[in-house]
Ligand binder design. Structure first.
Ligand code: X2X
Length: 343
C-alpha cells in the first residue's frame, strides 16, 4: 500500500515534468557538469551516498550527466540553512540535504525534529516510506525541486565535555551547539540548557576551544568527525530526534533532461539512498554495536538511558512538541503518530 503510493507519486512527477516541457530536451541543453550540495563529505554515510548517486548517474547515463559533489555546503559558503533557497534559485543543481537544514524554508519538515516522535528505525521508515513522506515530496515538488529518494543522517545523540547526562537536570546551563533551526533552540531551552546556533563548520572549532560544551549528531557523524578529539567525552543515547536526508534535483535542471535520463537519475537516487541508509544504520543497534564499541574504545563514556530516564526528557520537552506540532500542521502530525503506532 505504502509502496504503491510512493510509486504513484514518482510516476506523477514524471508526468507533470513531461507536461511542463514546451520543447523536447536535447543533449545540447545539458550542462558540462552539475553541482551537488551536501553538508558532510564521503567519510560520512551522507557524503558517501551523494558520491554514490553521482557515480551511478555517470555510469547509467554513460557520461551524459556528470555530477560534482560539493561537501561543506560550500556552494552557499557553508551556511546550511541557505541550501534550499539556493537550490530553488538554481545556484545549486542537485542536493542530498537534511530536513533540519531545509526546515526554516519548509515548515512541514520540522515534523522529524519534534522531540521523541520516532522511537526507532522502523518509525522513520513508517514516515518516509508512507503517506507522510509522499506528502512531504508533494510539498517539495511545489517548490521548484524534484524529490527522488529518502536517505538518512540518523538518530541524533547528545554529547558533551563536562559530565554524563542522565537527567534533564544534568543539561541545565550547558552550552550546546545546535543546528540553525529554531525548533532545536526551543528544545534545548526547554531543558534549561544554553543552546547556540552555528554551522557544522563552526561547531568543531567551538568544541575544540571550549566555546561550547556539547553538541548533538548521529553516531556515524560523531565517529567519522572524531569528536572525542575535541573534548566530547560523554555521549548519551537518547534518540530524541532522527534526521532523514532527501535526494533532490532543481526542477529546471530536471526538465532539461530527456525522460529516459530522468528515469536513470531517479533509479540511481533510489539505489544510492538505500545503500546510504544501510551505512547510516551500521554498527549502532542491538545485533551489531561495532561503531558504538569503536567510540567507547576512543575513551568516550556512553550513557544508555532506561525507558523511565528517557521519559523524563520527553516530559521536559512535551510543551515544545505541542507548540511545534501546531506549526508543522496538526493533520500531518496526527498521520505521523498513527503510522508510527501501526509500524
Ligand atoms: O550540522 C549538523 O549537525 C549536521 C551535519 O548534522 C546537519 O547538517 C544537520
Amino acid at each position: 500500500m505504502q509502496k504503491r503510493r510512493f510509486t504513484a507519486l514518482i510516476a506523477g512527477l514524471f508526468a507533470s515534468a513531461a507536461l511542463g516541457l514546451s520543447m523536447p530536451a536535447t543533449a545540447q541543453q545539458y550542462k558540462d557538469e552539475y553541482n551537488l550540495s551536501t553538508v558532510l563529505g564521503d567519510a560520512f554515510p551522507w557524503g558517501w551516498g551523494a558520491q554514490r548517486w553521482a557515480d551511478l548517474v555517470a555510469e547509467k547515463t554513460e557520461g551524459r550527466i556528470k555530477i560534482k559533489v560539493y561537501p561543506g555546503t560550500s556552494l552557499v559558503s557553508g551556511d546550511q540553512t541557505k541550501e534550499f533557497t539556493a537550490l530553488r534559485q538554481g545556484i545549486i543543481d542537485m542536493a542530498v540535504g537534511s530536513t533540519i537544514n531545509w526546515s526554516p524554508q519548509v515548515k512541514e519538515l520540522n515534523l522529524f525534529a519534534l522531540p521523541f516522535l520516532m522511537p526507532d528505525h522502523k518509525a522513520i521508515d513508517a514516515l518516509t516510506q508512507g503517506r507522510v513522506g509522499a506528502k512531504m515530496f508533494e510539498i517539495l515538488a511545489a517548490r521548484d525541486v524534484v524529490p527522488l529518494a529518502w536517505g538518512e543522517n540518523g538518530f541524533r545523540e547528545v554529547s558533551n565535555s563536562k559530565k554524563p547526562i542522565r537527567t534533564p537536570e544534568d543539561v541545565k546551563g550547558m552550552k550546546v551547539r545546535v543546528v540553525g533551526s529554531p525548533l532545536f533552540l526551543a528544545t534545548f531551552n526547554a531543558l534549561g540548557a544554553n543552546p547556540t546556533q552555528m554551522s557544522w563548520a563552526d561547531a568543531q572549532p567551538a568544541m575544540a576551544t571550549g566555546a561550547v560544551d556539547g553538541q548533538e549528531n548521529p553516531l556515524a557523524v560523531f565517529n567519522a568527525a572524531k569528536l572525542h578529539t575535541v573534548g566530547q567525552k560523554h555521549l548519551t543515547l537518547w534518540g530524541y530526534v532522527a534526521d532523514p536526508l532527501i535526494f533532490v534535483v532543481n526542477k529546471k535542471v530536471w526538465n532539461s533532461w530527456t525522460e529516459a535520463d530522468r528515469r536513470l537519475v531517479a533509479e540511481a537516487a533510489q539505489q544510492a539512498a538505500t545503500e546510504e541508509i544501510a551505512r547510516a544504520r551500521a554498527g549502532i543497534s542491538a545485533g551489531d554495536e561495532s561503531l558504538l564499541k569503536e567510540i567507547e574504545a576512543n575513551g568516550v563514556s556512553v550513557v544508555r538511558l532506561s525507558d523511565a530516564e528517557r521519559d523524563a526528557f520527553r516530559q521536559a520537552t512535551a510543551g515544545v512538541y505541542k507548540e511545534w506540532a501546531g506549526r508543522v500542521g496538526g493533520d500531518l502530525v496526527k498521520q505521523a503518530e498513527e503510522d508510527i503506532a501501526k509500524r
